[in-house]
Design a protein around this ligand. Sequence first.
Ligand code: OOB
Length: 532
Amino acid sequence: MCIAYTRWPEQFAARYRLKGYWQDLPLTHIVTRYASNQSIAIVDRERHFSYQQFNQSIDNLAAYLQYKGAKCGETALVQLGNVAEFYIVFFALLRIGVVPVNALYSHQSHELNAYAQQINPTLFIADRQHSLFVDDGFLTTFCARYSSVRLVLLNNDIGARSLNNMIRQTHYQVIATPTPADEVAFFQLSGGSTGTPKLIPRTHNDYLYSVRRCQEICQLNRHTCYLCVLPSAHNFCLSSPGALGVFMAGGCVVLANNPSPDHCFKLIEQHGVNISAVVPSIVNLWLQALRERGGHKQLSSLRLLQVGGASLTSLLAKRITGEMNCQLQQVFGMAEGLVCCTRLNDALDKITQTQGYPICPDDELWVANEQGEKLASGEMGHLMTRGPYTIRGYFNSIEHNQETFDHEGFYYSGDLVSISIDGYLTVHGRVKDQINRGGEKIAAEEIENLLLQHNAITQAALVSVEHDVLGEKSCAYLVTTTPLRAAEIRRFLNQQGIAKYKLPDFIKFIKALPLTAVGKVDKRKLREWLID
Ligand code: OOB
């Protein structure tokens, strides 16, 4: 049984196949073709995995899970950080057709529950060292709620649940049963703007295309050495071209466990890293470190730095090429699909001032005004897009899909952009109710709903505040029945088990929320108040 999702209409699917975008191969094809290759695929601290060891580990785990009864069409909730096991688990699940949701390592019980509720997983694969497992509270409730879930834990001493042991076992043989290439392979997470985090169904065909194309554009090859700085589950460092693109090219992925310049510069120097992908706030951190402490020599192997996930100012963009002595590529992407980027041979002003153009000639983009009418080149408005690797609907979200996809299947991303006559896209801002905190997305409504669960809070609005380093931080405006303290509110949110990056950076108490003429909360005014 395959997972239901909104398919591309037949004539589109036929065209995407005809043009060679969809090749009807499983995502595992990325690694199985290097099954006997001895070159290094992953460096995780002291551990080095050759492609052969990587493939063997994937097979061992897939075989064991299959032996234990995992079947094609089932789902898994996975939460692993930047460790080799993240990729081993990903491909092992794909190999046997189990469809994973890869939660971010920063997620807590609130997010994990929200995902589990939507997919009803039969497997939960996580890291025992995560703060969720300091005691058994979370696991006990989780297992009680999802009674058919089987636990698999990294760094766990109890043998039966140990991911480490499963990866090492060689008793069983796997029979590959991936989901068909035009069915859901796994779910990506949406940055979201609604109360519950949405899941994004990605098929083998669409995802493999976007990885392959990004990898071509970035000219990866077997000498590529990629530093994975962002969370391994994020679309940018997974597929644009990310670790999957590097594996496709036979190169090496070096895992960083935090973005600090100390840690990353050392890894770049030690392994001769030549490409990495970061968000603007990390660039800021790295440039500051270079100015204060030097370290240019450590970065001498770096050829290409991809920057995306949030707006990069042209000032910062120019500093990258000047001060880091490497090429910059701007990437504007989204877990829903579309990826735009500047090309390696673009003129410097395009690279520093635009977010490039789509990776596929069949990506269709246009810019709409408030009334949904098409605007002329250069005019700013709402981005609308569809194409061979952009979803046609979120998972199980009929109502939300009606708001975010038009009747022709164009996705309304909520970004304000303009597209020049020569096709280059520039991002100017956003209309979706989301805060982009250094590339980490916060859906305002999700936090507002949680705040409203507090007895003394009657109204809540979360808005963005400009911030020098992160680009944006969050501010909660609250109306309360009794005086509350900010610390109390943060404690309350923490108790609800939300990821730390979602905690409001600022909290302000007011008498009433300002309303627009149609009676909606006037967030523009709230943001203006912050500047005054
Ligand atoms: C990437 O994916 P998501 O799903 O975390 O976030 C997508 C949203 C976009 O709709 C846009 O609002 C923002 O993040 N964004 C940018 C940007 N790249 C993404 N805003 C301004 N400038 C950019 N360069 O963030 C993502 C996925 C794949 C590749 C790169 C980024």
